[in-house]
Write a protein that binds this ligand. Structure first.
Ligand SMILES: NC(=O)c1ccc[n+]([C@@H]2O[C@H](COP(=O)([O-])OP(=O)(O)OC[C@H]3O[C@@H](n4cnc5c(N)ncnc54)[C@H](O)[C@@H]3O)[C@@H](O)[C@H]2O)c1
Length: 440
């Protein structure tokens, strides 16, 4: 990360490619199209709505983020992607059931024009999907990666885009630890040629993207770019990467509440989190292997925020449990319960109950937008490798080897905003503020 190189301007069009064109992806595309036409506002998006303070509090400088840093405009975005279902974005949005048909009527034609390319897909990695109708066939994983690169080239030519980013919005893949094939790029490329069974489809997309110098953000908990091999490729090709798992719903709540409890030195004995949801994501997560990926990504959050090793008397003995239950009647309207057992002065116990009736894809869609715009900004700034300043958007943020990830939403926000200030040569804000009083 170098402050000496300001970002190049965002001229021309930016293509946003999403492997996976289900609930999140189509809700994101519909929201951008609706905002473009003035039917809706991009609520939930920092890149569109958030202001950023610059200089001293007395300076009165508080521009919108998008007026500080050169971001691609909503009018300059083109959408594409891949899915094993051939439904166009309108049909897929209707099936996902997040948005009301009446709300997307005015953008129906634009949505119908977004059609996914056939997917690189394997039911070994994602079970519980019935009736898929477009899957690429090739002799080796490497051939599949090349097919994806051809799609990327095709999209670039057809839509006349100047730059591209890829954001994984595909189903959660089965849990798998990194293995020998992920240890370096050479082993990984050999594995692609040998059809190594430890290489998942999302890793093939990521490989294709990075080879084409397309920044890659991972919205699901699967490994994807979080392996030494793909980190090496990102460095070699000088491309930004980020992940994992969009921070929405219950984990968003957790990373808001836990820092508050810790700030007040209140202890936690137990944290039971359970969700019911009935969308396709919920169906995939009904499979224990896919759920395991999610569970790992969700469980780590509390431990990192509360630091039981530093505060054993407050957080050394927490019973933390996370459950996801597939319950079709609820559709995309997830319900996330948190039952938190805390204690305070003299060890007296107290309880907090949170019942978050949320709409998962409504929370995730602006994250896709922000990640796409900020990853493109990072690329135009010449930044490569893991973009830890985008941890704000992830449940399980990818960080440099040997570094623990930062999960506290408020530290993440400070880091994000300071990174933007740094990028534009503005003073960082420490909130120390002694100068205001020295002058009095
Ligand atoms: N909705 C949220 O708030 C949220 C939050 C965090 C993470 N996520 C993750 O984002 C992803 C998308 O969520 P969703 O609600 O849109 O799910 P979804 O099931 O509606 O959409 C996922 C799509 O990915 C497709 N897919 C599966 N394997 C693929 C492959 N190999 N290549 C291309 N497409 C593939 C599926 O056919 C499906 O259409 C999931 O992994 C989910 O866990 C979602």
């Amino acid at each position: 990360m170098s402050p000496s190189q300001p970002p190049a301007p965002a001229t021309g069009k930016l293509g946003i490619l999403t492997p996976g064109m289900g609930a999140v992806s189509t809700t994101f595309i519909a929201g951008v199209l609706a905002a473009r036409k003035g039917y809706a506002q991009p609520f939930g998006s920092l890149s569109q709505l958030s202001h950023i303070r610059l200089g001293k509090r007395t300076d009165g400088r508080n521009p919108l983020i998008k007026d500080l840093v050169p971001l691609a405009g909503l009018d300059d975005l083109e959408f594409g992607g891949w899915d094993p279902y051939s439904d166009d974005a309108y049909t897929s949005a209707m099936k996902a059931g997040v948005l009301d048909a009446r709300d997307i009527e005015g953008i129906g034609d634009e949505l119908r024009a977004v059609r996914p390319y056939p997917a690189v897909f394997s039911s070994r990695w994602v079970k519980n999907l019935e009736g898929i109708d477009q899957v690429k066939e090739a002799a080796t994983h490497m051939d599949l990666a090349e097919r994806l690169m051809e799609d990327i080239d095709h999209f670039r030519g057809e839509r006349g885009v100047d730059r591209l980013v890829m954001v994984w919005c595909g189903s959660t893949e089965a849990y798998e630890e990194p293995s020998a094939v992920h240890s370096d790029l050479q082993a990984f490329e050999q594995g692609l040629k040998d059809n190594d069974p430890a290489i998942s489809p999302s890793q093939i997309y990521a490989y294709a993207a990075l080879k084409m110098k397309v920044p890659f953000a991972n919205g699901a908990p699967n490994l994807t770019v979080d392996t030494p091999a793909l980190v090496e490729l990102a460095a070699q090709e000088e491309v930004p990467i980020s992940g994992k798992d969009f921070k929405t719903g219950q984990t968003l709540m957790k990373t808001m509440v836990a820092p508050g409890l810790k700030a007040r030195m209140l202890g936690v004995r137990g944290w039971f989190s359970t969700n019911i949801l009935g969308n396709r994501d919920g169906e995939v997560l009904d499979d224990p292997d896919s759920f395991r990926s999610k569970e790992v990504s969700k469980l780590g959050v509390l431990e990192q925020i509360l630091q039981p090793e530093v505060y054993p008397e407050l957080y050394g003995d927490i019973y933390h449990k996370v459950r996801i239950n597939y319950y079709p009647p609820r559709g995309d309207d997830k319900e996330g319960w948190d039952s938190i057992d805390i204690f305070g002065w003299l060890g007296y116990p107290m309880q907090i109950k949170i019942d978050f009736l949320c709409k998962d894809s409504i929370l995730a869609a602006p994250i896709v937008l922000d990640l796409a715009l900020f990853m493109d900004l990072a690329a135009r700034s010449g930044w490569a490798g893991v973009q830890e300043w985008l941890s704000f958007y992830f449940k399980s943020p990818q960080s440099a080897p040997g570094l623990y990830p930062e999960n506290d939403l408020f530290i993440q926000l400070t880091k994000l905003k300071n990174t933007l200030r740094h990028m534009m040569g503005e003073e960082l804000i420490t909130h120390l503020g002694t100068e205001y009083y020295e002058e009095v």
